[in-house]
Design a binder for this molecule. Structure first.
Ligand SMILES: C[S@@+](CC[C@H](N)C(=O)[O-])C[C@H]1O[C@@H](n2cnc3c(N)ncnc32)[C@H](O)[C@@H]1O
Length: 249
């Protein structure tokens, strides 16, 4: 895949500032920015966008967008597991100056305690972060396979873009009452597997023109049968699919 929206850059210092849960995989910074750019190509206009990550985990995807993205009006994160949401709140707190100062002070403390220059460098990186705007954000618990729960967590807002790194591996398997077959297994018998159920459920709380980006591991991310992708991408062991919410419902 050729990157069109995210130039090559060394994001190691940002990775050192963000907090993450041990063993929980996160989407690479450059790919995160590229996926938002690709989603924007399919929106009706070039205006600002709101973004929802329905599998937000530690919130690194959203924090990266808020810190390095432009033209973002709001960020919303939900996850079925409340466990990593404190980390998400800490990462998203980096979007405001007080949060960055608090993280820098924390990293300074770690540098003193452990005598490791890497923490001093990370503290400097936290102080040097300068987001294009202070983007409002929310984080809450909701099973992405349950549209009533996600609609409630979104508080009536309808995000323009969904960007989700789907569960994969032992640490982040699918959860939720309907995880095996998806919420519409009875009404849509051709909808198979958690990815398809996830996409259908998420799309049902969006406006038709919204764009859903789902990233995963492996060769491709499956869509519900009969749905045409807007685009498919592959980078290394990562794959992503873009689809129009109206086509997924
Ligand atoms: C690959 S991780 C996402 C990592 C995240 N983007 C980050 O920045 O930390 C996948 C996440 O999906 C969540 N998940 C699993 N089943 C879910 C469901 N039914 N609804 C919502 N989230 C779910 C897991 O709890 C996990 O946090």
């Amino acid at each position: 895949m050729q990157y069109r929206h995210a130039p090559a850059a060394n994001h190691a210092s940002l990775d050192a500032v963000l907090v993450s849960a041990p063993g929980r995989p996160t989407l690479p910074v450059r790919l995160t920015l590229e996926l938002l750019g690709r989603a924007r190509e399919h929106l009706p206009g070039p205006g600002p966008v709101s973004v929802w990550d329905p599998c937000c985990g530690a919130g690194t995807t959203l924090a990266v967008l808020g810190l390095l993205g432009t033209g973002i009006t709001a960020l919303a994160g939900t996850d079925a597991d409340p466990g990593p949401l404190d980390l998400a709140r800490r990462n998203l707190a980096l979007l405001d100056p007080a949060g960055r100062a608090a993280r820098a002070a924390e990293l300074d403390g770690l540098a003193r305690r452990h005598g490791k220059p890497a923490y001093t460098d990370a503290a400097a990186a936290a102080r040097a972060l300068w987001p294009a705007a202070e983007v409002p954000w929310t984080v809450g618990t909701a099973d992405a396979l349950d549209p009533a729960a996600t609609a409630a967590a979104l508080g009536g807002t309808r995000p323009d873009v969904v960007l989700a790194d789907l569960p994969h591996g032992r640490q982040t398997s699918w959860s939720g009452a309907d995880a095996r077959t998806g919420p519409d297994a009875d009404s849509a018998p051709d909808t198979a597997g958690p990815e398809a159920g996830f996409l259908t459920a998420v799309a049902s709380v969006l406006a038709s023109e919204a764009v859903v980006v789902a990233a995963g591991r492996g060769r491709s991310v499956p869509l519900p049968s009969g749905v045409r992708a807007l685009a498919r991408l592959r980078v290394g062991h990562r794959a992503a699919v873009l689809a129009r919410a109206g086509d997924l419902r």
